[in-house]
Design a protein around this ligand. Sequence first.
Ligand code: SF4
Length: 383
Amino acid sequence: MELRDHLLALLGPIAIGDPLAPEVRLTGASTELGLRLTFVAHGREIHVELAPAADGSRHAARTPRLLVAYRASDALPVDPAAGQALCALVAARIAPREDAVLAAIAADPDVLADAAKIREVEVARLLELAGAPDARFYTLSPYVGCLIGCRFCYAQSRLASVRRLVGAPPIAWGSWVDVRVNAPEILAAELATLPPHPIKFCPIVSDPYHAIERDRGLTRRCLAVIAAHPAPSPVLLLTRSTLIERDVDLLAAIPRAIVGMSVPTLDDDVRAHFEPRGAPIAHRLATLGRLRAAGIETCAVIQPQLPGPVDALADALASCVRSVSLDILRGEEGAAALFDDPRFAHARDPGWQIAQRAALAAALVARGVAVWDGELPSSLLPS
Ligand code: SF4
């Protein structure tokens, strides 16, 4: 049984599309990045996330063993009263069932992870619907877990939370990967049946071109499936690796393929401090330049803001990308010690993050580079 099935069992006999209460309908369930249920409550789509009580994370309601929190599915804030009411409703629903379901999870050999760091797994589903109702897209993750292992990666705490819940031993972020060996076959089946939307590769749970992709080639095989479709979906691939150049032939075969490279600073000493396993900045920029020269649309992602020269970074990006996504630090996760270094301590300040983002935005716009802050660049949004 899949973990997602156990998650639905917490709600009792209810399926996607069923009402949980008047004006509250379950519309989705995902275990991709933590345990997430999606509802439309009084016309507003809201994600509800579950975590083990031992996590002590922020929550709006709780049961004896689980914390229940809410989050918007789009950029608009959720009315706190509505979010809390929904969490209270979900908590009341799952409380009588949680002992039985958590015991079933702990006893399920399909769910209970072994201690292996590189694990081959088969999945029944691959494409995850995401984004606001008027700007849907799919996320696609051939891998879960990332060997680049950025210390500030916010996937780590949520995935660690799932490991705790299923009773798997803790493993340091950056040292484990689930390899979804049947991802290309599942993707082909899903593309034949699901409504078309843009596909965003591994935006949060892995990097599509981390080291293991060199041997396993799952990202490449998934791209080949998309390219071979009679009407290839637009794709966005976000990475910190130059390995993506290997797949320029497939990217060129997909009419709307966009490559996004994380370039959080021009100072490679800063990069080495915060992202020691990511490619050097000069290599990332060179890759973007070569992909652009090959006719591929390119963009950059700057999140979080890291110290470094603003105008020189804007100059470098203007020469190799069409647009840049800018965002600020959203929690230090495992990077607190890196920000404790006196050379970089100022960068943890939210005021510095916001000012740096504003300065970069102005510098980029002055050079004719579009700036965006949502999930997709404008060329992939519905017109
Ligand atoms: S490359 Fe991306 S997914 Fe991998 S650790 Fe860094 S932020 Fe997380």
